[in-house]
Design a binder for this molecule. Sequence first.
Ligand SMILES: NC(=O)c1ccc[n+]([C@@H]2O[C@H](COP(=O)([O-])OP(=O)(O)OC[C@H]3O[C@@H](n4cnc5c(N)ncnc54)[C@H](OP(=O)(O)O)[C@@H]3O)[C@@H](O)[C@H]2O)c1
Length: 266
Amino acid sequence: MDHVGIIGYGHMGSMLVSGFLASGVLRIDEVVVASRSRGSLDACAAAWPGIGIAATNAELARRCRLIIIAVRPQEIRGVLNEIVPVMDGDEHIVSLAAGISLEELEAAFTGSVTRAVPTVTSEVGQGTTLICHGRQIGMNDALRAEGLFSAVGDVALVGEEDLPAATLLSSCGPGLLAAVIEELAGATARASGLSPDRALLLATEMVTATAAYLKETGEAPSDLIRRVATGGGITEVGVQGLRERLPGVLDEVFAAMLERSDTVGK
Ligand SMILES: NC(=O)c1ccc[n+]([C@@H]2O[C@H](COP(=O)([O-])OP(=O)(O)OC[C@H]3O[C@@H](n4cnc5c(N)ncnc54)[C@H](OP(=O)(O)O)[C@@H]3O)[C@@H](O)[C@H]2O)c1
């Protein structure tokens, strides 16, 4: 059978298992999981009765045609060393590891390889998985992988040279926005008698609603700003303050993150 294997049952691995099965894009008897610790495998088997469990990464590689590697970047070389020797060459490896290039993957495995960058929000079927295929990829393998990740949100094909910057937005972005939500709530609580919990609830609801509004209406952020920030009003003062300071802050933050992404997995 044409099994899909997932190596590494951590945050991303468990999220993908859950997303693929809950969406119905895969049946439970089509999925095989391998992970380093017995505890993770027991948790997986308990959550998904009937799922395939492989005792080793090599066993998983023997049983699967599409192999998604969801381990940390510093662990992927060890995993490749275990699986490639037992593979036929017509399998498809999909790596989630940040900073591990297609060139490096293709040096280890000469068949089809793909880099995929999902996001934590894939857990609720939202957000974009970035996908970048290697040189050997065939049409069927490409479409199959894209179809799987479409089950947990949107899919965007990007060139590898754009992957680091796009990753900051689509994959690190939820963490950045969560930090902004905390700061919005913190500033509200500091400036008022509202409790931090209440302010956090209001801030989260406002961000969710604003994103839904922009998506549903198709309005540009600048149009929304014009509608809310009437001349001489309260919002205008805030928008002006942010427009003066935010570009500098974000340029600095993005430069630091890009610098860090150059060294991940090295
Ligand atoms: N977190 C994100 O938002 C995000 C987004 C996009 C991409 N990514 C990428 O996704 C990958 C996984 O990230 P994560 O957040 O899911 O990390 P994680 O929670 O630490 O999970 C990694 C899992 O890999 C397993 N593992 C480690 N060494 C292994 C080995 N030799 N063989 C089999 N399994 C092994 C561990 O298993 P045990 O638990 O069994 O020890 C662990 O559960 C990373 O490469 C990261 O760059 C993450």
